[in-house]
Structures are given as structure tokens and as C-alpha cells.
Design a protein around this ligand. Structure first.
Ligand SMILES: *Cc1c(COP(=O)(O)O)cnc(C)c1O
Length: 353
């Protein structure tokens, strides 16, 4: 079986975890948490605050920007539900925006019509490894004093006009779930160039206290453990290789499949995609998935559009989200997949189409 995405844990992960266990520092105090944050800050050149998941990162990003009841937050309609859930758990309303056919990301042309006096923030998700159109999104937001959050969970290392995602707006959010570009098991990171936002995120992450049991605000426990950070430090030691592997896998898929009938993933001239899970659009998606499964190849259909699911249901039409969701599948692209395995998947696909 060729799996969709498997982590690569053959560096210093085990060694660092056993150091945690031997030292007894297994909760959120310990040097791996601060080391991991420092490595991440150096890599991205901005403040980095490690948290317990990508969803926690989104929740804290919104909270640190003051999002609360009565506020609207504009989000893409075709993304992982954590984006909408984080908004809802702030007491705010997620306002769904259709995605764009050329980037598979939130469509900047449609954002403006969704803005009201209640709109406080936009979450730009860099989906399937490809950056959202940040210059246009920032321009719309800056005119009206609306905050912008980047969700980089699927696009760590991707570039927008040569700049790494995660510091192109007010706050960036990363996830280290096992199928992401790098992993800590579960985990996340909040990134920002603004030291006041960084300070608020740190405070909210740890029950609203600075460690002295004096609580300035009602915070959360969204701390990352030293055990998770130990894995993170080992992964960051070779982060450039992990990112490059995704790009190499994606480019190999492209070179093999570009002349097939399948629609290839977005690659805008202003962007450097990392492909995350290399994804294509096919005609009969479900048949395609079962045919590949019979050949021992695991794939995954795209997310359901948010507006069709119970907590976010809307009686509206989102033509691009609906089409991409019906036709999109992700192909095996994990950190440990080999070139031969990618070739095997491509052979199977070319035989099918
Ligand atoms: C994975 C993912 C998240 C959430 O990450 P968790 O670490 O699983 O909480 C958020 N947004 C997007 C777009 C994701 O793909």
C-alpha cells in the first residue's frame, strides 16, 4: 500500500524524546519548546509561539486580534473546518467566500462584496501548498482596517513573490499534524512581526498568566509539550530538506501527468508552491479513488464545501468550491515517499485515464 502521507522521523526525533523522558521534563516546561520557537523564528524571521495544534494557533490568532461576539470573519468556503470552528469558538460569525479557479484559494474579487461594518478579519488559507493572493487581500483589508490572518497549515515554506508565507499579514498559523510539511505529532505555531500580538498570544496560551499565577485575562491551556517540541527541533534541523522533498515530489508528478487529461494544481507566476499533498482534478472522482485503491494506492477526496455541512449550512451557491470539491483528489505525497513510488502512482493513473 502506498499511503497518502507518512511522516519522516529518521533524524534526532527519538534521541531528543528520550532526553525529555530521562530528564523528566515532559510537560510544557523544558528547553525543547524554547529551542523549537527560536529555530522557527530564525527560519521565518519573526516572532514564533508554539501551541498545541494548528486549530489552537487559529483560535489564539483571532483572540489576539480581539475578535469576539458580533464580529464577522471572512474565510474560504473550501478548506478544513478548523478555520470556521476557530471563528465560531470566538463567538464570531464565519462568512464564507467562494474560492478562485486559478489558485484554489479565497477569491479576492468576491471578498469586497462580503464586507460590512461587522467585518473584523479575513483568514487567507494557503491551500494545498499554494499561497493565496496576499497583495490583493492585504490591499482590500488595509483600506478598511480589517485584520488578516494567514493559515499556513498546508503551505509551510511556500513563497509569495519570494517571501515566505506566515509573515505576510498580521498573524500566521501553522499546523504540525502528522501529514503536514513537518510534524510534532499534534502541534502548531503562531507567527507575527508584531511584538504586542506575540505577547498577547503567549499570555492567552498559558491561562492568561505570565507564570506568576496572576491572571490578566481568562486564557487557555494551548501550550505545546516538551515531547512535541523535541520532535519539532529534530524536524527543524532539516526543514529545508523536508520542504524541498514536497517540491521535488510535486514536480515529478507534474512532469509525468501534465500532458494527461487531469487538471494540474495551481502554479501562479508570483508563487512558489510546496504542493503539500499533490492534488489534481478528475472527471469521475469516486471511481478514480476506488480504482487506485484496488491497485494499493491511497488517495483522498477534497474537503466538502463548508456551506453544505451542518454547523455552517448556507442556502447559497458557491460554484467553484462545489466543482473543486466534486473533482479534486490528493495523491500520495508524504515526506517518506520515494521517486519510484511516485512513478508507480503515475503509471497507475496514466493507465486509468
Ligand atoms: C491541518 C489544518 C489545520 C488544523 O490543524 P490541526 O493541527 O489539526 O489542528 C488548520 N487549517 C488547515 C487549512 C489545515 O489543513
Amino acid at each position: 500500500m502506498i499511503h497518502l502521507s507518512e511522516p519522516l522521523l529518521d533524524g534526532n526525533e527519538l534521541e531528543y524524546i528520550s532526553r525529555c523522558v530521562k530528564s523528566g521534563w515532559i510537560s510544557s516546561k523544558g528547553r525543547f519548546v524554547t529551542d523549537f520557537e527560536r529555530q522557527f523564528s530564525d527560519h521565518l524571521d519573526c516572532h514564533s509561539i508554539a501551541v498545541s495544534s494548528g486549530t489552537a494557533a487559529l483560535h489564539l490568532a483571532l483572540k489576539s486580534l480581539g475578535i469576539g461576539p458580533g464580529d464577522d470573519v471572512i474565510i474560504p468556503n473550501l478548506t478544513f473546518a478548523a478555520v470556521a470552528n476557530a471563528v465560531i469558538h470566538c463567538g464570531a460569525l464565519p462568512v464564507l467566500c467562494d474560492v478562485d479557479r486559478t489558485t484554489w484559494n479565497i477569491n479576492p474579487e468576491l471578498i469586497e462584496s462580503l464586507i460590512t461594518y461587522r467585518t473584523k478579519a479575513i483568514i487567507a488559507v494557503h491551500s494545498w501548498g499554494h499561497p493565496a493572493d496576499m497583495v490583493r487581500i492585504n490591499a482590500i483589508a488595509n483600506k478598511r482596517n480589517i485584520k488578516v490572518i494567514e493559515d499556513c497549515a498546508e503551505a509551510q515554506g511556500a513563497l509569495y513573490e519570494g517571501h515566505m508565507v506566515g509573515k505576510l499579514s498580521d498573524v500566521g498559523c501553522f499546523s504540525f499534524f502528522s501529514n503536514k510539511i513537518m510534524t510534532t505529532g499534534e502541534g502548531g505555531m503562531v507567527t507575527t512581526r508584531d511584538s504586542r500580538i506575540a505577547d498577547k498570544v503567549r499570555l492567552l496560551r498559558d491561562h492568561g498568566t505570565r507564570g506568576d499565577y496572576w491572571h490578566e485575562v481568562a486564557g487557555f491551556n494551548y501550550r505545546m509539550t516538551n515531547l512535541q517540541a523535541a520532535v519539532g527541533v529534530a524536524q527543524m534541523e532539516r526543514i529545508d530538506k523536508l520542504i524541498q522533498h514536497r517540491i521535488d515530489v510535486g514536480e515529478h508528478y507534474l512532469s509525468r501527468l501534465i500532458h494527461s487529461k487531469l487538471v494540474m494544481p495551481p502554479c501562479c507566476v508570483w508563487a512558489k508552491t510546496v504542493f503539500w499533498l499533490f492534488s489534481v482534478l478528475v472527471e469521475s472522482r469516486d471511481e478514480f479513488i476506488s480504482a487506485l485503491k484496488r491497485k494499493g494506492i491511497e488517495t483522498r477526496p477534497f474537503f466538502h464545501p463548508l456551506h453544505k455541512q451542518p454547523p455552517y449550512r448556507l442556502d447559497a451557491v458557491f460554484p467553484v468550491s462545489e466543482e473543486l470539491s466534486a473533482r479534486g483528489i490528493s495523491l500520495p505525497s508524504g515526506n517518506s515517499i520515494t521517486k519510484d513510488e511516485v512513478d508507480h502512482v503515475c503509471d497507475a493513473i496514466l493507465e486509468l485515464v
